[in-house]
Design a protein around this ligand. Structure first.
Ligand SMILES: C[S@@+](CC[C@H](N)C(=O)[O-])C[C@H]1O[C@@H](n2cnc3c(N)ncnc32)[C@H](O)[C@@H]1O
Length: 255
């Protein structure tokens, strides 16, 4: 059997940028995350933030624009280069960059942060449970981890709705991997369990894209974006919708 490995985005950085960041998916995700983070006390004054698996830094740039300092780390040089380019173009000075994987970062980095971000990375890792324990080491006691991961339950639900029964029956295993499809979608109950085990308490849970991906008429994603966004923001922390979000965003307090 092929060995599981983490997935650096070297080689697919430009494709990722086109397909995700500039789509309604990317816009919606960004606005939901910014709404959730704005409610954290820690961001009510200038804060030093660590972004793990920061990618092209879309969220880091927005937070820097609010006056925070963000240290972006990623295993992919290409992704970080694109983030750095954006920082220069937008004249953002309060961003720093390190090309380093999470395991090495947790083992070597001396500093802890009041706010650590780890968004859309866990589902690309070979050992996501270990990653949560490593992230815990980077958060100050009492500090916050903002964790967003790809929700396997939502993936199953969406694929059944669209009639992809064989794919679901095979537990999403296919011979030809689609490069932008996360390789290890995660069951939210597993992630919650790992977080508790690692010493985190859950402060909040939001579904990201609770409706967007299930629309029967996909043209509405773009043509009615503002109305859709309003509904997502209104219901994405209420069950059953929160659990149907294609991504789950957890705000976790380090004990
Ligand atoms: C889907 S992108 C998400 C980027 C960004 N956080 C966002 O939300 O748009 C996942 C990123 O995780 C990075 N990555 C994968 N494994 C990693 C690891 N072990 N340590 C640090 N970064 C990693 C990839 O290179 C990629 O840039």
């Amino acid at each position: 059997m092929k060995q599981k490995t983490d997935r650096s985005f070297d080689g697919i950085a430009a494709k990722f940028s086109r397909n995700i960041y500039s789509s309604t998916k990317g816009k919606l995700r960004q606005l939901v995350l910014l709404r959730d983070l704005a409610e954290l006390d820690v961001l009510h004054q200038p804060c030093q933030i660590l972004d793990v698996g920061a990618g092209q830094g879309q969220l880091a740039l927005a937070l820097a624009g609010q006056g925070h300092s963000v240290h972006l780390t990623d295993i992919s040089a290409e992704m970080l280069q694109l983030a750095q380019q954006q920082a220069i173009e937008q004249g953002m000075a309060q961003l720093t960059f390190s090309q380093i994987g999470l395991a090495e970062l947790a083992a070597t980095h001396k500093q802890q942060y009041k706010l650590v971000l780890c968004h859309a990375m866990l589902e690309w890792l070979a050992q996501p449970q270990l990653a949560i324990a490593q992230l815990r080491q980077l958060v100050t006691p009492g500090g916050i981890l903002s964790l967003m991961f790809y929700n396997k339950d939502a993936k199953r639900f969406g694929n059944i709705l669209f009639g992809n029964f064989d794919y679901v029956a095979a537990d999403f295993q296919v011979k030809k991997k689609v490069s932008l499809n996360p390789q290890h979608p995660l069951a939210p109950q597993d992630v919650l369990h790992w977080c508790t085990q690692a010493g985190f308490s859950v402060l909040g849970k939001t579904g990201v894209r609770c409706f967007h991906d299930y629309l029967l008429d996909r043209t509405l994603q773009q043509s009615q974006f503002e109305q859709l966004l309003t509904l997502e923001l209104q219901y994405n922390r209420t069950e059953p919708y929160a659990s149907l979000g294609r991504y789950q965003h957890l705000l976790l307090r380090a004990d």
